[in-house]
Write a protein that binds this ligand. Structure first.
Ligand code: ARG
Length: 460
């Protein structure tokens, strides 16, 4: 076994099993770029503050730039012996420029280093995720524009409740994804902070310039407290909880797509690219991608629960437990990005069976509220109107008669002020159109929501 970078106070050689168990290079190599960026900022600060001579610093800078270049072009050879990304990069730097590489770690610890790397990693990905969310929002608003007057049953308890505009339905998801956008935007506030210069936990005796390294790293400002800087993983927890809430939204949308494309519903049909066949049943067109997004929700919740649990009992400051912070974050990034992309494509290419949706509102009693409201406008107290309509529904269910099929004479027995205009309000599209209340499903309201949504998208 090679001599460890921290091996001075040890006598015995390492144990291979233990070294493998302790190493994080298997996954933290995903932050290789961030680690080199961090080192570059650090050494430039060491040079500016004259903690390192310009000659030494320039050699280190040149070596790091060479490594960045090699990483981009062909990747770098990492080893478990070097334990983690930080010591692997330092070791490769030593191969490039010799022992002067050892000066890079002046006034720095892996504790502030790893925190910087993870901050950079999340910071770079937040805008990408927000962009993808905006793409999905745009797809939803476009579909809503094309479906303002598409009428479908609205459900509560999965029972037909009142007819709604399908555009209105889509805009409900737009709003959920808008809150996701805002949560990820806020996530940036706690991510855009520099832990660099906290060193191991207590700061350093070297005359470092944390403002400068913060600026060189492109962070908004430095952490105010060195203990907090190396112990804080709130930004990662916030990221994972935002990702979890996002997955809740995606999963709910998927759930509806899945049963809406069933034979029984037939409200929508997925484009072929977003469906799969069966190896045995030739007729099948399965909504696998929607199921997979719904399924991946589980792993994101796992990532969040995992990190919450890792952090909950940790004393200040750094503890090796925190090495377990990274894989969940990487996994969440790797999961939510393609989930958003696939969902956007699925919505863009979704075929809507408008007739089938509308048809479903014609043979139900989802216009019962319309009739009760109508009776109330004729002076019958709403409670009583509700009772009257309830009885009509019960009778109708027994005799197979819809509210619209009840003859006028029979309505007039209930109240002589009922006139033929009752049949107009019983029509499902009228039930939708007349809901002019702010944020309601009325076609005029849906159009206003679309206009407002487009403005929100422009500002995201
Ligand atoms: N690989 C470590 C991690 O991911 C880096 C920090 C190690 N620091 C330490 N004192 N052992 O957390």
């Amino acid at each position: 076994p090679i001599k460890k970078m921290w091996g001075g106070r040890f006598e015995a050689a390492g144990d291979e099993l233990v070294d493998n168990f302790g190493a994080s290079i298997g996954f933290d190599q995903a932050m290789a770029k961030e680690d080199i960026m961090e080192s570059l900022a650090h050494v430039k600060m060491l040079k500016a503050t004259k903690i390192l001579s310009a000659t030494d610093a320039d050699q280190i800078i040149a070596g790091l730039e060479k490594l960045a270049d090699r990483l981009a072009k062909e990747g770098l050879p990492f080893t478990v012996e070097n334990e983690d990304i930080h010591m692997n990069i330092e070791s490769l730097l030593t191969d490039e420029i010799g022992p002067v590489a050892g000066k890079l770690h002046t006034a720095r610890s892996r504790n502030d280093q790893v925190a910087v790397d993870l901050h950079l990693y999340v910071k770079e990905r937040l805008p990408r995720i927000i962009d993808l969310l905006v793409g999905l929002q745009t797809a939803l608003v476009d579909q809503a524009s094309a479906n303002v007057t598409t009428v479908m049953p609205g459900y509560t308890h999965m029972q037909h409740a009142q007819p709604i505009s399908y555009g209105h339905y889509l805009l409900a998801y737009f709003q959920m994804f808008q809150r996701d956008v805002e949560r990820f935007q806020f996530n940036m506030k706690h991510t855009d902070l520099s832990p660099l210069g906290a060193a191991a936990l207590a700061g350093t005796t070297f005359p470092i310039d944390r403002e400068l390294s913060t600026e060189l790293l492109g962070f908004d400002h430095p952490y105010a407290n060195s203990l907090d800087a190396v112990s804080d993983r709130d930004f990662a927890l916030e990221f994972l909880s935002n990702a979890s809430i996002l997955m809740v939204h995606l999963s709910r949308l998927c759930e509806e797509l899945i049963y809406w494309c069933s034979y029984e519903f037939g409200y929508v049909e997925l484009a072929d690219q977003y469906a799969t066949g069966s190896s045995i049943m030739p007729q099948k067109k399965n909504p696998d991608m929607a199921e997979l997004i719904r399924g991946k929700t589980g792993r994101i919740f796992g990532d969040l629960t995992g990190l919450l649990t890792v952090m909950k009992g940790l004393p200040l400051a750094y503890n090796k437990d925190m090495q377990e912070d990274k894989e969940g974050v990487f996994d969440a990034v790797k999961t939510i990005i393609p989930s958003l992309q696939v969902m956007t494509g699925m919505i863009k290419t979704l075929r809507i069976n408008r007739n089938r949706m509308e048809e479903a509102t014609h043979h139900d009693f989802s216009n019962a509220t319309e009739l009760a409201d109508y009776l109330a406008t004729k002076g019958i107290p709403f409670r009583q109107a509700h009772e009257i309509v309830g009885e009509l529904v019960l009778k109708g269910l027994k005799t197979g008669t819809n509210l619209a099929d009840i003859p006028l004479a029979q309505y007039q027995e209930i109240n002589p002020r009922i006139t033929a205009d009752v049949y107009k309000i019983l029509k499902p599209d009228m039930a939708v159109a007349r809901r002019h209340s702010l944020g309601g499903t009325g076609f005029d309201q849906v159009k206003q929501q679309i206009a407002a949504a487009r403005e929100v998208i422009d500002q995201n």
